[in-house]
Design a binder for this molecule. Structure first.
Ligand SMILES: Cc1cc2nc3c(=O)[nH]c(=O)nc-3n(C[C@H](O)[C@H](O)[C@H](O)COP(=O)(O)O)c2cc1C
Length: 480
């Protein structure tokens, strides 16, 4: 297979939305939509009046019009505008209770995003998931496949069971994955099933099997994926710790530098010669976005590169234009700062935070925010004293978290990424008190390519400009 050389990394919530992915894919590279929280994203777009009518257009193509009608009936607000922020509550993810309403939204939300990203061109489109959001993944993957997604990428964990799940869906069957629950012994592990017929009246007999790419941070994980996965792994993205979003923690004991950032060492670098030995195409991501990076990656034996930050700030990305502008102005003035927060994410993984006023990166703003958990994607599952599954998040109210047996020392640092990342794309929740959730911008820590990008194209540039900067003019890629 002639896989694309440049992957526009999945960035979410909604940063790499269908508009960005469609633009990139239509020029011959691999545009990737973020698969995170697409159910809520769809709901909130509908509540904002579905500006442009895109969600309704995609839902009109959804294979089960009963489901589409139910969703529109419940969530579409004809009088909604981009300033609507009093979003309704939606079903939180649960592993063990009645899931049909949540599954319907997940299947439809993922279908919509992929459908729109694939519209009006014949390029290939991918979707990116986080293994850690295990409970939400099976119906989300199914929805993306229902829309004919070409690539599924997954990181933030070791997704060994996902290729087998994709195979089952491609055969028209249901499937299941094991969900980690703290406190359950190995044998007690919880299996989460998804059966397409619980959502669709007439599920298709077969679906196209997309390529599966695992996103890993080390050779050992790449080897694990290549040898232990339940189905075919078609390639690997090796992502270093300079990348935007979540990062893998350093190997060994976590130690911090004088700024409080994790110290990475030689053990955290990947030997690409060994990667070549796996005989799988691989891409290199994380501070691999200079004009020479593509050629360098190929000299190291890679198929190409995965690029995030440059695309995150182009005009097509979902980040609010005002935030893009403020950050790029700082990059231009050489005053931009990115902090690798060792414990900022409720997952416990390091998370890159751009330091910007009027965002949740500001400590005063963090304290001003009333802690609550109403989106719930990053909650950890644990065994309750009664033996059932409980849900908790270190970013929720401290007392509630501790009462559920959570480690109270994690509460102070944990930021509510779920709400903040929605606010970053203009879909933040506003409460009866008048408080509007604040955004949080994430970006890679190596800003040199962004600085050069601005020098060449100015503060407002497109995905096409990014591809040109990377030395991959759309025409050149299309010819190969
Ligand atoms: C704004 C932003 C959000 C991101 N969100 C995710 C995500 O949700 N899942 C993921 O696997 N990677 C995420 N990433 C990582 C990118 O997919 C990509 O691998 C990375 O940005 C490449 O490094 P670079 O930023 O130095 O180009 C994100 C990156 C950025 C900049």
């Amino acid at each position: 297979m002639n896989h694309p050389r440049v992957i526009q990394g999945g960035m979410g919530v909604g940063v790499s939305d269908w508009k960005l992915a469609r633009s990139v894919s239509s020029m011959g590279a691999l545009g990737v939509v973020s698969g995170t929280a697409l159910d809520i994203l769809m709901v909130r777009r509908l509540e904002q009046g579905d500006q442009g009518g895109h969600v309704r257009r995609a839902l009109a193509a959804f294979p089960d019009q009963g489901v589409a009608a139910r969703i529109l009936e419940r969530y579409f607000r004809p009088d909604g505008t981009a300033d609507t922020h009093d979003f309704s509550a939606h079903p939180l993810w649960h592993a063990d209770s009645d899931r049909v309403a949540a599954d319907e939204l997940a299947v439809a939300g993922n279908f919509v995003e992929v459908y729109l990203a694939k519209e009006n061109h014949d390029g290939v489109v991918g979707i990116n998931f986080l293994e850690k959001i295990a409970v939400a993944n099976p119906p989300a993957i199914y929805g993306a496949m229902l829309a004919g997604v070409d690539y599924i990428l997954m990181g933030a964990g070791i997704p060994v069971e996902i290729p087998g799940l994709i195979d089952a869906f491609a055969r028209g069957e249901g499937g299941s994955v094991r969900i980690p629950v703290e406190g359950f012994s190995h044998g007690e592990g919880y299996a989460l099933d998804f059966d397409p017929s619980t959502v669709l009246a007439n599920p298709p007999e077969r679906l196209k099997r997309p390529y599966f790419l695992a996103i890993v941070s080390s050779y050992v994980l790449a080897l694990t994926m290549a040898t232990r996965a339940t189905g075919k792994v078609d390639g690997i993205v090796v992502e270093g710790h300079f990348a935007g979003g979540h990062n893998a923690p350093p190997r060994g004991v976590l130690s911090l530098d004088e700024n409080g950032e994790p110290i990475y060492g030689p053990k955290d670098t990947v030997d690409y010669a060994k990667m070549v030995g796996l005989n799988l195409p691989f891409w290199i991501g994380g501070a691999c976005s200079m004009p020479e990076s593509l050629e360098e990656s190929q000299r190291a034996g890679a198929r190409g590169i995965q690029v995030g930050s440059l695309f995150a700030f182009c005009t097509e990305s979902g980040i609010l234009p005002e935030l893009k502008k403020r950050f790029l102005e700082k990059v231009k003035a050489d005053s931009a700062q990115v902090f690798t927060h060792p414990k900022g994410s409720p997952t416990g993984y390091p998370f890159k935070v751009a330091l910007l006023d009027r965002t949740l990166s500001d400590k005063n703003e963090q304290q001003r925010r009333k802690r609550l958990c109403n989106v719930g994607f990053l909650r950890e599952l644990y065994k309750t004293p009664e033996g059932t599954i409980g849900y908790r998040c270190p970013a929720e109210n401290e007392k509630a978290y501790a009462a559920k047996g959570g480690d109270a020392s994690r509460s102070g640092d944990a930021l509510c990424l779920c709400n903040a990342l929605f606010a970053t794309i203009g879909l933040g929740m506003k409460y009866a008190s008048g408080y509007l959730e604040l955004p949080l911008v994430t970006v890679g820590s190596s800003l040199e390519s962004l600085r050069l990008m601005i020098e060449r194209f100015g503060l407002s540039y497109t995905a096409r400009d990014v591809l040109a900067f990377l030395g991959l003019t759309p025409a050149r890629e299309a010819k190969r």
